[in-house]
Write a protein that binds this ligand. Structure first.
Ligand SMILES: [Zn+2]
Ligand SMILES: [Zn+2]
Length: 343
């Protein structure tokens, strides 16, 4: 029995499941060829690998875990990575092996409830379902490695092996498969067959329109536009600051951010800062007006969460991270140049 799950894992997938350093070491140890091994597979598909230094198992129905190697590591170790690599190599050497190529698009929504219940008990599923239906926005992409971005929780779930939730990666700290896999499989089922990507919102009722705050913002914009930045006084700025705070407490995060940026531009103007840009002020006012209109006239075409922002849209502290530079964007402005580094 071919273990298609193991054959589907690419080097990148192994990096996601462990880390780059471990994958490199595993490759290096194999290349050096100093280790001997004995690989056996039983009728259920469980694989045991007796290496000259450790022993590993790759169970057919359990998730990859530190329990499956007898070394002292407490996470997926290089021995398990090495075991997957050696299994892949021995299978590819066989004359009649025809491992499925994983270049096909697939839909995690096809994963059955029965399969989900192998990894989550009934209580967990029931709890997750009612939480999920309470109003979440999930962005989905079907591909050979489908992705679900849960905007309301700021987690991204990646599916590495077709139909197998043991090989999922989420940026939360729970071991795979975590409960966010449920939050990803369910919305994938709501995509139309021909849809490659989409945004699903489980918000049942329309969010109430905060008419008072929106009116207040418009009144302030009118007075800003009629006096101009030069004519603005301390009382006006104080009102804008209170408005920014009101927006934040009413979950109008993007409106609050725009008002904060307008205040920043006013302060730049007053301190004769070269970064002040009158064009930028107009852009900010325009964006604010567009968002206000979209909140007042909710057609459902775009989730309100994207228009208003959510409490999870905030600065995130990153402890240790490995960032890969993807280049730089350059925008030449009137009196300054803006560089944006993509990571
Ligand atoms: Zn180990
Ligand atoms: Zn998770």
């Amino acid at each position: 029995m071919l273990r298609q799950d193991l054959l589907a894992l690419t080097t990148d997938d192994l990096t996601v499941l462990s880390n780059r350093g471990l994958v490199k070491r595993a490759f290096k140890e194999l290349e050096e060829g100093e280790l001997s091994y004995d690989i056996t597979q039983d009728a259920q598909g469980n694989i045991s690998i007796r290496w000259s230094d450790v022993e590993c198992v790759l169970p057919a129905t359990e998730e990859l875990s530190d329990r499956h190697c007898n070394c002292s590591a407490t996470t997926v170790c290089r021995h398990l990575i090495r075991s997957i690599l050696i299994y892949q190599r021995t299978q590819l050497l066989k004359p009649n092996s025809s491992p499925q190529t994983s270049s096909q698009f697939w839909n995690p929504g096809d994963i059955s409830d029965a399969e989900l219940s192998n990894y989550f008990n009934k209580a967990t599923i029931t709890r997750a379902k009612s939480e999920f239906n309470s109003g979440h926005v999930i962005e989905l992409i079907k591909s050979n490695k489908p992705v679900a971005r849960i905007h309301t929780l700021a987690y991204t779930v990646r599916f590495l092996v077709p139909g197998d939730i043991r090989y999922t990666y989420c940026d939360c700290s729970e071991p795979a498969p975590c409960k966010h896999v449920l939050y990803s499989v369910w919305p994938f089922r709501k995509l139309q067959p021909e849809q490659i990507s989409g945004i699903i919102s489980t918000q049942q009722e329309a969010a109430p329109i905060p008419v008072d705050i929106l009116n207040d913002i418009e009144d302030n914009l009118i007075s800003l536009l009629s006096s101009g930045i030069r004519g603005i006084n301390k009382a006006n700025i104080g009102r804008l600051r209170r408005l920014e705070q009101n927006c934040r407490t009413s979950s109008l995060i993007w409106l609050a951010e725009i008002i904060a940026e307008i205040i920043q531009e006013i302060e730049r103007y007053e301190s004769r800062d070269a970064r002040f840009s009158s064009t930028r002020v107009v852009e900010l006012v325009g964006e604010l007006c567009i968002r206000i209109d979209a909140i007042r006239n909710d057609t459902g075409a775009v989730p309100q969460l994207f228009i208003r922002g959510s409490q999870t849209d905030k600065l995130t502290d990153i402890g240790a991270a490995r960032l890969i530079s993807l280049g730089c964007g350059v925008q030449v402005c009137h009196k300054n140049v803006q560089l944006t580094t993509y990571l």
